[in-house]
Design a binder for this molecule. Sequence first.
Ligand code: HEM
Length: 432
Amino acid sequence: MTAATLPPGPSSTVLRQSLAWGFRPRPFLDNCLREFGDMFTVRLGQVGPVVMLAHPDQIKQVFTGDPEVFHAGEANVILRPSLGRHSVLLLDDAQHLSQRKLLLPPFHGERMTRYGELMRDIAERDIAGWPRGVPFRLHSHTQDVTMSIIVRAVFGVTEQARMERMRAALKEFIEWGTSPRQIAYLSLMDIDQIERNVFFKRARRKVDAAVYGEIRHARERQDLDEREDILSLLLQARHEDGSPMSDEELRDELMTLLLAGHETTATSLAWAIERLVRHPGAMERLVAEAQEGGTEYAEAVCKETLRMRPVLPIVARLLKREVEIGGRLLPEGVLVAPNIYLVQHREDVYPQARRFRPERFLEGQGGTYSWIPFGGGIRRCIGASFALYEMRIVLQAIARSVQLRPAQPRSEPVGRRSITLTPRFGARVVAA
Ligand code: HEM
């Protein structure tokens, strides 16, 4: 067999490619696809060469491949300083499976529906406070809503003041880690240096104190088996050897759920509104359905938003040995990345891919390896049903309560907030 090689890619310097990936990811990826086809290599500062995959068959090979060969945990190492080394996102092989098994039960479909009322209440209360007749950033509101929802789902009903402190600590930590100044500063360090960095440790301390405080409180409760919150369920969960989760493990998994579950959903909701206010036909249909009590079109809106404006443009796996993908032997030690953005814009799967048309999902477009906003295989997002359900409930609450128009007619460009792609101006709208 021929030797393992990297597919071709742009010849510009690592710095230029990193800047293009950081600041203009979509045009950068579109150009690469045009020039090099469905599989190409980009070179990025902190992580080295990344082989991007834009064809559903290649993506299928990754998602159905041997998890011992395709390591996601190692590929996600950049998240370790925030989430901690026990986080399910950072583990591989047996450890990953065991931790994932402990986390899955709270996210089972039927359990989701019990959160519905809570989601609706939180959304309606927030919407009632929106300004009327003047432009505002809707993204800030979806962030507040999804933060309140995830904090309540994770910790259940506890003392108001403690939850307030938790929300404030989380918000501060996220703001700290996503400010462009901090990102530039952190990008000069490797992971170990970030973990040891005194400013980073200070930023984490407050949120850690709040999370450990909740774990301590929960351990003292007598009614754990009657409670429905995720922390109570995790406290009762057992590893295969019968041992309970340690405080450190609980901290890392709770942080994972709080951070993974909040920002992604808030941004997807902001994008959904950013699209809808510029497509009055779709908005009208959404409103009419919400008033009649249906759900089908709202679900299609969520899917179409996640297709056109995926919050995470890629998922990544580190190759633990040479692997053949799409007829090419790829070397051990490189990252392969199913490209969510590119595969979800394929004209052969989604005709007129750049048009926002939720109806395509009522017509059955898309498939397991071409609609992948939640990744796939054994690493598929644990919170996918929760997120879709939450998006639908919040969108319908908005549709029933207010009339929205865009603050300016032009579509908002795609901006970046840490690893996520967000509406650059925060989805600015005017409510009537
Ligand atoms: C629209 C919202 C969301 C999006 C777009 C999203 C997207 C993703 C993606 C792309 C991955 C990586 C999958 C892979 O590597 O193949 C992931 C993993 C994960 N997500 Fe989400 N997510 C969302 C909401 C949530 C929510 C609400 C939660 C929980 C409350 C959550 C918890 C997780 C966890 C625990 C993992 C790690 C799974 C593993 O490694 O086994 N996510 N998510």
